[in-house]
Design a protein. Structure first.
Length: 103
């Protein structure tokens, strides 16, 4: 859903393109971490507890995935065809998540 929102011109302009410039990179990252990192950490912890992904330190993995999502969002926002790029990134993220699988 996050990447789908990144295909919307308003979200692109406000959250991804102008946000870092207006707020500064450090403040923009602070806001992103405040609103996204906890959700990613909780999701990973739940997946580990459910046996869906291998047991591993949650915090570093959450930061790596958040970085990947941030870069994916920027790629969508700057793409000539944002919807096509979102679909391509979706497949890439599916592969990445499958690689974390405990099965």
């Amino acid at each position: 859903m996050f990447l789908q929102a990144c295909t919307e011109p308003e979200a692109q302009r406000i959250a991804l393109l102008d946000g870092p410039s207006v707020l500064g990179w450090d403040r923009w990252r602070e806001i992103a971490a405040k609103h996204g990192l906890g959700l990613i950490e909780a999701s990973l912890q739940a997946a580990i507890e459910a046996g869906a992904i291998s047991d591993q330190p949650v915090r570093p993995l959450a930061h790596v995935l958040m970085g990947a999502l941030d870069e994916a969002a920027m790629l969508v926002a700057r793409a000539e065809d944002p919807e096509q790029m979102r679909a391509e990134i979706g497949r890439t993220l599916d592969s990445l998540i499958a690689a974390l699988s405990a099965g």
